[in-house]
Design a protein around this ligand. Structure first.
Ligand code: F6P
Length: 589
């Protein structure tokens, strides 16, 4: 499905896939609406069995309603057989242990270890008890983050002009930006406990100079603490931004010197500024040093290469969140994720939310041929959630080669993920979702309790819209059904022009939480991380590498050299690209 099949490849079909395919071939004649018609008790049973609620903390919970999908009790059993055939349980155990899942890069995968309660519950101690070596390293790195938070909130950290910091700027891209910036925005209603309320956080990712230009108009660089987050510390976008910021900062510091100081004093001031204004976060100490930063101070937060970029917000890459909202809130984020980890590790297949979410999407993608999914939070604070998920899902599972290096021929893999905030997107692309020729399943996400002090009218409308959209996608314009009615009796399409009819039968998932808090947000993110993981195992791909982004990076490096060294012709360009480069060179400056 969707993949070109090279008949020379060795191909051994998994019979469990074939069982699923055969099952869905039969199920296809059944409309989604029919799951909601007939015996009330049966309908209730289906809805109950496909709604999983995970308690988070206090009265907060996260509930996943998959009843409006094409999942059935029978298909879940078949998915369980498939899972057994590819060793999902063993792989989950390896994930839990932080073991070697990233085989193509020869790395462990340890992001779930970052949020283990065994570690976080001991942070008040000087040295932890009974932890493994891996856990101890994480313990010390979390301690370092905590101490940085304490120093910032108690104003021990000062600018080079001995003032309090007013801004934090996270410089990073991809996983070193999307997670922290999404969480920063998501928690903006949440009171910061011991956080730095008067500090605003900014995120600089794009190499486009306009991004830095905009930032320099918004903040005073001499009042900013810069966090350079880069797992590899070789990412061009990040390093280019850091170099320019350093230049601007040095200029501002020099401008600030009231009298002309001798050059050695000036140099001292500049070194001091670099020391006070920059925190580096990376796995690659050698590259950090090569760039000119010290790695032997508290301002260097190191993490293990087993933490993938798109899974890194749980550790030092999340330091901007911890600095802003307080370390306690950061720990709540981790605790919420850990609740979902515990659910994922222990719940049986029929009740396992990430497993069921993975199966529902595989059903829609592989057996119904719907190759996209919309993610629509009805919550302004989650307006960056879809962008965050795009990297989590598409960088993890956007692959067409098996974990053992052979081409995948049996099925397609990750659908295209897109989205935006409800209700705004109802007035943008929902037309296509309701009546377009492409079917695109939807994830709705909503928090029941509002995060503002405005009257209930706003929240009531928000909730009404969210639930209405999921019903409209399911039922179309069928009239309200009674137990005795049937789909055909209710389809009163004859009196209406076709352009005004809604066929329905379009699947969606509803994710409801009581309130958006650090812990429920952590739970929501972990839910998707594990869904992606299950899918990767069922599709037999490595979710933890990203070779697909390397080619573009290396070509960009060579084009950059050609442009900046004014070489006439580079090697290996197609004629169109070559002409584009020439055009740019003519218009440069
Ligand atoms: O886009 C590729 C990628 O390597 C991502 O996986 C990563 O999150 C991003 O670039 C940034 O990388 P780094 O943190 O090493 O700067």
């Amino acid at each position: 499905m969707g993949q070109s099949v090279d008949s020379t490849d060795f191909y051994s079909p998994n019979s469990k896939w074939q069982d699923l395919k055969a099952y869905h071939d039969k199920l296809k004649s059944i409309e989604l609406t029919s799951f909601f018609i007939g015996d009330k008790e049966e309908i209730m049973n289906r809805v109950r069995s496909l709604c999983i609620s995970i308690p988070i903390d206090g009265s907060n919970f996260i509930k996943i309603d998959l009843s409006k999908s094409y999942l059935t009790q029978e298909s879940v059993e078949l998915y369980r057989n498939l899972a057994d055939s590819v060793g999902l349980s063993e792989k989950i155990q390896t994930l839990k242990d932080g073991g070697r899942l990233n085989v193509t890069e020869g790395r462990d995968v340890i992001h779930t270890v970052l949020r283990e309660s065994e570690i976080t519950s001991q942070l008040h101690l000087h040295s932890p008890l009974g932890l493994s070596r891996k856990q101890e390293i994480i313990f010390h790195s979390l301690k370092k983050m905590k101490s940085l938070c304490d120093k910032l909130s108690s104003s021990v950290l000062k600018t080079c002009l001995n003032k309090k910091f007013r801004y934090i700027v996270n410089i990073g891209i991809g996983g070193s930006d999307l997670g922290p910036s999404m969480v920063y925005e998501a928690l903006s209603d949440f009171p910061s406990t011991l956080g730095s309320e008067n500090i605003s956080v900014h995120f600089l990712s794009n190499v486009d100079g306009n991004a830095l230009d905009d930032l320099s108009k918004k903040i005073e660089f001499t009042d900013a603490l810069f966090i350079v987050a880069s797992k590899s510390f070789t990412t061009i976008e990040t390093l280019t931004n850091v170099k320019s910021i350093q230049k601007i900062l040095i200029k501002r510091i020099s401008d600030n010197q009231s009298t002309q100081v001798e050059s050695n004093k000036n140099e001292f001031a500049i070194n001091e500024a670099m020391r006070r204004h920059f925190i580096t976060v990376s796995c690659n100490a050698a590259e950090v040093q090569k760039f000119g930063f010290s790695t032997s101070t508290d301002a260097f937060l190191e993490f293990d290469e087993g933490v993938g970029g798109r899974y890194s917000l749980w550790g030092p890459v999340g330091v901007s969140i911890a600095l802003k909202y307080g370390f306690r809130s950061f720990l709540s984020l981790l605790a919420g994720a850990h609740q979902v980890d515990a659910h994922f590790y222990t719940a049986n297949a029929q009740m396992n939310a990430p497993f069921l979410m993975a199966c529902a999407e595989i059903t829609h993608t592989n057996f119904y041929g719907w190759h996209s999914r919309a993610v629509i939070p009805y919550n302004e604070r989650l307006s960056k959630f879809a962008s965050y998920l795009q990297q989590l899902e598409m960088e993890s599972n956007g692959k067409s080669v098996n974990v053992d290096g052979t081409k995948i021929v049996q099925h397609s893999t990750c659908p295209i993920v897109y989205g935006g905030c409800g209700t705004n997107v109802q007035h943008a692309f929902f037309q296509l979702l309701h009546q377009g020729s492409e079917i695109s399943p939807v994830d709705f996400i909503i928090a029941l309790r509002k995060g503002n002090d405005l009257c209930d009218e706003h929240q009531d409308w928000l909730v009404a819209n969210c639930f209405a959209q999921s019903q409209a996608l399911l039922l179309g314009d069928l009239k309200l059904m009674t137990a005795a009615s049937s789909v055909s009796e209710n389809k009163d399409h004859t009196s209406k022009p076709l352009s005004r009819t809604f066929q329905g039968n379009r699947p969606s998932t509803m994710i409801v939480m009581e309130k958006l808090t650090p812990s429920s947000l952590g739970a929501l993110i972990a839910l998707y991380e594990h869904k992606v993981f299950v899918q990767s195992i069922l599709w037999e791909i490595n979710a933890f590498d990203q070779w697909g982004v390397e080619l573009g990076k290396s070509i960009a490096r060579s084009i950059y050299s050609e442009i900046t060294e004014s070489r006439d012709e580079g090697e290996g360009h197609d004629t169109s690209t070559e002409a584009l480069i020439k055009t740019y060179c003519c218009h440069r400056n």
